[in-house]
Design a protein around this ligand. Structure first.
Ligand code: HEC
Length: 471
């Protein structure tokens, strides 16, 4: 960590202009630590600690930003707005958020089970069970869903689709050839809600072209069960234009959900080409909505040459969680860099800001931009973001009757954060946000199972666990 400079005769160094790539930690240590402490604990010039649960609330974002920009009247807090650009000021807010998150984690720890292995959350007690153990054959499992007879389907990112039945994994032959390219591979799987009558199963994967470039593709097909299990009858539901295939290993998305009104929604990340997320004419960084057979609904927002007809919303970075709640609201979770992992309510035709209006600083601790609207462009703000970034992945809705006191709540996982969070939304606002679990492994997918248990697909260990209600 950069050292705090010695205080001058006047006590506080005058803010100085900085060169281009200065870290926010450096700026904080040079200018703020005198009063707010090296870690936000306060003490200088009568400043109080910033490390409280109350001040960690994201409702304070704008207040913090304004305090740093304009100063605090009648208090020792100087104004920095004339000296530094807004992105630096926002970067300092993120820095304070990270200091707070670290301090609060150290103080309150992670959810822990009692002596009987029972976790006590706000509305439910639950236990953890292992369903598919590490070593049974899963390899970076990515997504999970069920057939009506209880068979569990699991994609593995390196390319294998497996069926879990009676304690064993069986491979499926004939699945589409995906390319393992960074975060790409075999991705989401979703069983059609009317599977019993139509047999369709939808999958997303990184499709290679002849040159080894790749893009997310959505297909559907059917499983034929015999001595072997075969993937057959494949149809393309969405294929991006050929010129969008690239060799980046970043940000494929992808999740597929049914809305119960004969549409599917699915997500594709910006594939490392962040500026394309702002262009509705490109498939990068979008959430899409199509009819179940891949045709375009007549009420999609970018028809008539305004963009790709399948696009529903834009300005996304890498949405790896997508869910529709019991009231029909569409939500995504998506990865930002530091401080910018988001939980969004998805609206028709809306712009979610990446990379123009964002909450992140970059991975190297350098400011990027700031979150608020400007230039007359309206951006949708997230309902919630994770601090620190948890690499959010997987999103599910509790359907009940099991875990009935969470009915309608969203469950979001995190890879780097190794966390499972419960989120309750009312009237377009988050009214409850609770971390249920933390530290059990990287959470790749979350699902509410047909048995009413909450399933977690973990990477490292590569296993499937579930939460079951406990007394
Ligand atoms: C000379 C002392 C001093 C310096 C230097 C200073 N602050 Fe402050 N700051 C204060 C005081 C005093 C307050 C009023 C709230 C309090 O009592 O802590 C305050 C308030 C704030 C708040 C609002 C907190 C709230 O409760 O809403 C933020 C955010 C903040 N400072 C960030 C910074 C940052 C970032 C820097 C460096 C760029 C900085 N401050 C530099 C003294 C200082």
């Amino acid at each position: 960590m950069p050292k705090r400079p010695k205080a001058s005769a006047k006590g506080v160094p005058a803010p100085k202009p900085y060169a281009f790539r200065v870290t926010v930690t450096q700026v904080y240590m040079d200018n703020c630590s005198h009063c707010h402490g090296d870690n936000g604990e306060g003490g200088g010039a009568g400043s109080a600690t910033l490390l409280t649960k109350e001040l960690f609330d994201q409702a304070h974002d704008r207040g913090f930003f304004d305090a740093i920009k304009d100063g605090v009247p009648d208090r020792a807090m100087p104004a920095y707005g004339g000296v530094w650009p807004d992105n630096m000021i926002w970067g300092l807010v993120v820095h304070i958020r990270e200091l707070q998150a670290k301090a609060l984690r150290a103080k309150y720890g992670s959810p822990k089970p009692d002596a009987k292995g029972i976790y006590h959350s706000k509305h439910h007690n639950f236990k953890m069970e292992t369903v598919i153990k590490e070593g049974l054959g899963l390899s970076t499992p990515w997504a999970i869903d069920w057939l009506p007879d209880g068979k569990m389907l699991i994609t593995n990112r390196p390319g294998a689709l497996v069926v879990f039945e009676k304690g064993a994994l069986r491979p499926v032959e004939g699945v589409p050839t995906s390319i393992q390219l960074g975060q790409g591979g075999l991705l989401d799987i979703t069983v059609h809600p009317d599977y019993k009558s139509n047999g369709w199963i939808y999958m997303a994967y990184a499709e290679p072209d002849e040159k080894g470039a790749a893009m997310t593709k959505i297909v559907r097909g059917k499983l034929v069960f015999g001595k072997r299990i075969r993937w057959t009858s494949q149809q393309t539901i969405f294929q991006a234009p050929k010129d969008s295939y690239n060799k980046s290993g970043n940000h494929f998305g992808s999740r597929i959900v049914f809305d119960g009104k004969r549409h599917i929604y699915f997500s594709i990340g910006e594939r490392g080409q962040q500026d394309l997320a702002q262009d509705p004419g490109k498939p990068n960084g979008k959430i899409f909505r199509v009819n179940e057979d891949g045709t375009v609904p007549p009420d999609n927002p970018f028809l008539g040459g305004k963009g790709l007809p399948e696009v529903w919303s834009y300005g996304h970075r890498n949405p790896q969680g997508l869910a529709i709640d019991l009231n029909g609201n569409v939500f995504d979770t998506e990865h930002g860099p530091r401080g910018g992992d988001e939980f969004n309510l998805i609206k028709k035709g809306a712009n979610y800001g990446w990379p123009k209006a964002i909450y992140s600083i970059n991975y190297d601790d350098v400011p990027m931009t700031f979150p608020w609207p400007r230039d007359g462009v309206a951006y949708e703000a997230p309902l919630l973001r994770w601090l620190p970034s948890c690499a959010t992945c997987g999103l599910a809705v509790v359907r009940g009757p099991k875990f009935g006191k969470w009915k309608g709540d969203l469950l979001a996982g995190g890879l780097a954060g190794k966390n499972l969070d419960r989120i309750r939304v009312k009237g377009g606002k988050v009214v409850e946000h609770e971390e249920l679990l933390q530290g059990m492994g990287r959470v790749r997918d979350v699902a509410y199972g047909p048995d009413g248990a909450i399933y977690l697909v973990l990477n490292g260990p590569d296993e499937v666990d579930r939460l079951v209600e406990a007394p």
